[in-house]
Every structure is written in C-alpha cells, then in structure tokens.
Design a binder for this molecule. Sequence first.
Ligand code: FE
Length: 224
Amino acid sequence: MPRGIYSHALTCININKKARPMEILVTMHDHHPHDHEEASLSLRVKALEQVLVAKGLVDPDALDAFIQLFENKIGPRNGAAVVAKAWTDPAFKARLLENGPSAIAELGYGGLQGENLVVLENTPQTHNVIVCTLCSCYPWPVLGLPPRWYKSAPYRSSVVKEPRKVLAEFGTDLAADVKIRVWDSSAEIRYMVLPERPANTDGLSETDLAALVTRDGMIGVAKL
Ligand code: FE
C-alpha cells in the first residue's frame, strides 16, 4: 500500500489489535451518536479487512505487529520525549502546560487527535487520570494507539465512579490525602498526564529519563 495512504489510514482509524479479525473497531472522533456510528463503521472495516486478506493484499500477522508497535513502542515514545523535556527544561514545561499542542510541536509532534491537547501535571497532592467515557478519544500524536482496556466499557465507567479502586487494580496505590482528578476526553479536548519525575534521577540525561516514562504513566493509571 502506498505509504501516504497507510499513514493516513493510521491517523483516521483506531484499530483494536486483539479484536482482529472479527471485531476491528473504528472510532470517528466526534462525540455524537457514537455507539451507532461505531457499530456501523466496525462492520464496514471488518468487511474491508476480510476482502483485503482474502485477496492477499494484507497480511494479518503483519497488521498485528504493526498495531502492537504503535500501541506500545513508537506512539508512547513521543510522549516520553515530551515528558523528559518538561522534567529537564522548566521553560518548556511552562509552555507545555500553557499550550500543549504548541510546545509539543517544538519537538516535531502533532497532527490528528492532538490539535487541542491539554497536559495535566501530577504533583504530590494531585494525581490526574484520563478516560474517554463515550468511546476512545486519546492523544494520538504523543501516545499512539490506545490500549484495548482504555476502550473497554468497564474502564470507561468505573474510573469515573471509583478512580482510587481502578488505580489500585492497576497496582497504583495512592495515599488517602492525594486528590484524584479524572478527565473525560472528547472530540474537542484530549489530555495527557505529565507524571512526577521519579526520585533519585538527578544525574540522568533527557534520553535516560525518557526511557523511564511509560504509556500508563501518561494515561495516569500508573506512577513512575
Ligand atoms: Fe472518544
């Protein structure tokens, strides 16, 4: 497939890796008659994929590998670079918190689903976590493709009602006096968490710091 078309498809289509091949989920990011839209699009994409695979134009294993790469490796590394820069450059951090898309563009990242990005700073007093209660809105330019659980109904509903309990299920136990703020993403605004810099990292380079930043830390379900 021509590269331009492939990258365009990636930015427009949100593919659920583990759901393949029967349930590829496509999410058009308007928060409107969403579930309906998703069901219809899901069927259309499923049909399209089956045709492409049947004709030998798409290798399902290669597609799996590609999605895995964008879910776990390439995508979140952009966000990690942003976080490491913010930890080491106070002026950049101030710009990042003031205007996320503009500061992130300084590092060369941007594009669809990141146009109205708000960066939320975790502090010892306040822990932020993001969700999309209606579907799967996610800051693609900095985090790549959303993980499957982010799109699941249990996460979307329970993190709003019982955030402390959900975080504990992720292994993140917060002290009782830490305030948890849950941010509901939408077509208009996407969020990314700026995690607290881990202790004892004073001597580390920006590159080494970036290696400490995890996708889950930038969603807010983990601490670093
Ligand atoms: Fe959404």
